[in-house]
Design a protein around this ligand. Structure first.
Ligand code: ARG
Ligand code: ZN
Length: 880
């Protein structure tokens, strides 16, 4: 019998401001790996109107209390534990100072939250609640203060001492120690605090802002890796310029620093003036990074930089408002990448990602609104919903308002809320105000979880040249929200006449239409569109104007036609994808009943036509011929999933396409075969993507690993090399060719952990039940370390969430293995452990036998007595 341990649930409606306000914070660190002494001197005052007797309660987490002074005089706290410091009898009015001394041990901080050490470098991660692992504090985003930080450390071990803001003092101390002091003039919450100390190499540059201020730029990396930071530096400068041009946002300190570290729980962190990055998102050169790595670096450098305004200058009132900074900043980085690369291709990639990660989350036990109303562990809410759906919600505001009013709304937001800890209401009010539009119903996008489903039925009357559309929206129930209100959904719709030309309707009745945007507000709309001269092909949700599922009766012919004639490139891809999806779903059904998949001329012809169309950019064609993934197919099928049947069906279709289009694949491969020096730009990357897609189909068509092997041997950049490696390992596992390449790759890159991660991932994602024993063997290799999040994610994370057949073994051994890792890792690094476990979030959609095994495993985890709040929260919500 399991006893549910009551969780400490935090609720949005319980928000109240602090009783005390911060004025300044002076931090002094005496760095030592085993025992760092932190002296925090806080000037503060009781907020006006607050009870004169009210105590001050500060947050802590695993802290050792050393001493307390009030206004310079030794004092005793009313109560103190590692997690909490309570002080009573503070002055009723006026300013006072607290001096709090704590002791912490960075070298044994395996949670990588607070101050920890990684490869001999001290570094911090404070978002969301890591600052309380450094000192007792009002560790919440609405407690802003100006910080001064003095770092004292051994000069040899840590020649470099960094914190937020501008350096203001430095000098030599006795005993071989030295110090540097930093001052950050911009008030900030504690989650944006950062400290880095160690011996690192640096790449320096500068940037002159629009108003002519010269800003020093510095990227710190391990010695010897400086050259690999060049692309990150370039991306940073482009980001700074773009934010000025697009949003009028200038940088606001004299120096901007980025530090790359090798042990990091997430991608990167936007600490004021001192961003800390997972080195995976900084380091790149053609020999070690793929095109995808370059694109990620560009996007994440931009993302963290953009936070300087959307997150730092304007921060969040509380953690329920996380999407205020994350959704908006993802929107901004998406726009940046779209401007740097191909907009349509970027949109396709975004939507693929959204559907692969956010849609399943929204459709399972972990579903939550973009702005949740309760949480028991905030770390578990850095989700695809808050980030990616949050970004889509901002994009919808832009769609509703148009580009100009959207820009005005952003300007108003920056002007009105600079220096504030704001809410989603504050943000949306700016757009309502500048546009005069009522966004009350739209606000439900922040409050209702679940992916809306829109069904579209159409009827064309030739005699009156009228098209009737029946539109119906419904939102599935999600945890804690059984019934939903209809939402305001901006749905872009295009009509194409039988001659392929876009229709130009005379009138649209029954719905508020704005250009090609239909504003759905009711559960159902009957729309009459007149002046449509022939029965049109109907393209719904063009450029993915809303994050919804569309159900529409369409024949293969109509989809194929749209794939040919849509003027919106994204929608051409969408049509192809929908067409492929329906064949994949029916092929899966056949595989389940043991039938062979039949040939699909409509689909293969359609794919080949796009492949052959040289007017289309190669990156688009590469996307177009890549079938939906196994997880996408599972999502489409929805329940009673048998991952083996999906795999079999998809493989059969890939084989059909490969053999049907063989000559064309040869031809296109010859045209796109890379020549000359590697360049990471989007067009060259697109050529490589198309080339690899062709090579992969050719390998399938020939059934011969020698093609990919010679590609492997001749590759002169990581994109081609790892692409060839994946073809060999996935298509020809256990072949001598695959073994040769895997062994060569390991030998070549054994000293580069980030590249070894690719080697781990390739093997963890080899389809089939054998994957588990491979993963176990790889765990015993010296390359693997449970303490390093990148290694764990590359091997175990990709096995559990990127290998449907390997992980969902019918015997449940994949689930049990994951449970074992989660339980072992939990005491070391609960955040990463909890994240790994989310790989099982769609367990309820599996077929009965696997579902039962998955539930057994989840129950087994739930029975463990000492689980972190992170894992406890996930497992409880998953069992539900
Ligand atoms: N704010 C960071 C970013 O998105 C991510 C921080 C993640 N924090 C966490 N506790 N998971 O740029
Ligand atoms: Zn962010």
């Amino acid at each position: 019998m399991t006893i549910a341990i009551p969780q400490n649930e935090i609720r949005l409606e319980d928000y109240r401001p602090t009783d005390f306000v911060l004025l300044t914070v002076d931090l002094a660190f005496d760095l030592d790996p085993q025992r760092t002494i932190v002296t925090s001197t806080i000037a503060m005052a009781r907020r006006e109107g607050v009870d004169r007797e009210a105590p001050l309660t500060l947050d802590g987490d695993e802290l050792e209390f050393v001493s307390l002074k009030i206004n310079g005089v030794d004092a005793e706290p009313h109560a103190v534990t590692p997690d909490r410091l309570e002080i009573r009898g503070l002055p009723a009015t006026g300013e006072f100072t607290l001096e709090i001394v704590t002791a912490i041990a960075p070298a044994s901080n395996t949670k990588l939250m607070g101050l920890y050490s990684t490869n001999g470098v001290y570094c911090t991660q404070c978002e969301a609640e890591g600052f309380r692992r450094i000192t007792y504090f009002l560790d919440r985003p609405d407690a802003l203060a100006v910080y001064t930080t003095t770092i004292r450390a051994d000069a040899k071990a840590a020649p470099l001492l960094l914190s937020n803001g501008n350096p203001v003092d430095s000098g030599v101390l006795g005993d071989g120690r030295h110090f540097v002091a930093w001052n950050d003039p911009h008030p900030k919450p504690s989650y944006l605090f950062a400290l880095v100390a160690g011996d690192l190499g640096v790449v320096e540059d500068d940037f002159t802002t629009a108003s002519g201020r010269k800003v020093k730029l510095a990227i710190y990396v391990e010695h010897g890796k400086e050259e690999r930071a060049a692309y990150a530096m370039d991306a940073l400068k482009r980001s700074m310029r773009w934010d000025e041009e697009r949003f009028g946002r200038e940088y606001d300190l004299d120096i901007f620093m980025i530090v790359a570290v090798s042990d990091f729980n997430m991608g990167a962190m936007e600490n004021k003036g001192l961003n800390v990055f997972n080195d995976k998102y900084v380091l790149a050169d053609p020999d070690t990074a793929t095109d995808a790595d370059y694109a990620n670096i560009e996007a994440i450098i931009a993302h963290e930089y953009f936070h300087n305004w959307t997150g730092n200058r304007i921060t969040c009132r509380d953690w329920f408002q996380l999407c205020l900074k994350e959704g908006l900043t993802v929107y901004r980085d998406h726009e940046f990448s779209a401007d740097m690369r191909s907009r349509a291709v970027k949109r396709i990639a975004e939507v693929r990602l959204l559907k692969a990660h956010q849609f399943p989350e929204d459709n399972g036990p972990l579903a939550h609104p973009v702005r949740p109303r309760k949480y028991s562990e905030i770390n578990n809410f850095y989700t695809a919903t808050v980030y990616e759906k949050g970004s889509e919600v901002v994009r919808m505001i832009e769609t509703l308002l148009g580009r100009d009013d959207f820009k005005k709304g952003m300007d108003l937001y920056f002007e009105r809320h600079d220096g504030d800890a704001a809410t989603i209401e504050d943000f949306v009010a700016c757009f309502a105000e500048v546009s005069g539009k009522n966004l009350d119903q739209f606000f439900l996008w922040y409050e209702q979880a679940g992916t809306p489903e829109i069904t579209v039925a159409s009827q064309y009357e030739p005699s009156t040249q009228t098209l009737r559309l029946e539109l119906e929206q419904s939102i599935p129930p999600t945890p804690g929200q059984s019934s939903k209100q209809p939402m305001h959904i901006p749905l872009r719709v295009g009509l194409f006449e039988s001659n392929g030309e876009p229709a130009s309707p005379r009138a649209i009745e029954g719905i508020e239409a704005d250009g090609d945007v239909l504003n759905l507000r009711e559960r159902t709309h009957t729309v009459r569109i007149t002046g449509v001269k022939s029965r049109p092909a109907i393209s719904v949700n063009r450029s993915f104007s809303a994050p919804v599922n569309v159900r529409q009766q369409q024949s293969d012919r109509e989809l194929a036609q749209l794939a040919r004639i849509e003027t919106d490139l994204f929608s051409r891809w969408q049509a192809l994808n929908d067409l492929a999806m329906r064949h994949l779903v029916s092929a899966t059904q056949k595989a389940e009943s043991g039938e062979a998949a039949s040939a699909n001329r409509e689909l293969t012809d359609c794919l080949c036509a796009v492949l052959a169309d040289r007017t289309l950019e190669p990156a688009f064609r590469a996307h177009a011929i890549t079938l939906p993934g196994e997880t996408d197919i599972a999502r489409e099928i929805g329940n009673d999933i048998n991952p083996d049947a999906i795999h079999e069906a998809r493989e059969a279709l890939v084989a059909q396409i490969a053999s049907h289009g063989r000559d064309l694949f040869e031809e296109i491969a010859a045209e796109t075969r890379p020549a000359g020096d590697y360049s990471p730009d989007a067009a060259s990357a697109g050529d490589r993507a198309l080339y690899l897609a062709c090579m992969s189909h050719l390998a399938v068509a020939s059934g011969d690993p020698s093609g990919p092997l010679s590609l492997y041997r001749s590759a002169d950049n990581m994109t081609l090399l790892s692409g060839a490696l994946a073809m060999l390992a996935h298509r020809f596992p256990r072949s001598p060719e695959a073994e040769e390449a895997l062994a060569d790759f390991e030998a070549r890159y054994r000293d580069n952990p980030l590249v070894i991660d690719k080697w781990l991932t390739v093997q963890a994602t080899i389809p089939g039940a054998d994957a588990l024993s491979r993963v176990k063997t790889l765990m015993d290799k010296p390359h693997f370390q449970l303490s390093n999040p990148n290694r764990v994610r590359s091997l175990i994370g990709t096995y559990a969430s990127g290998n449907p057949t390997g992980f969902n073994r019918a015997d449940g051994a994949g689930y049990d293995f994951l449970a074992g890792i989660v339980i072992d890792l939990d005491p070391l690094n609960p955040q990463v452990a909890a994240r790994l476990l989310t790989a099982m979030r769609s367990w309820r959609s599996l077929e009965a036998a696997r579902r039962e095994k998955a539930l057994d495993t989840l129950r087994k985890i739930a029975r463990v007595e000492k689980l972190s709040t992170d894992v406890r929260d996930i497992v409880d919500r998953m069992i539900g």
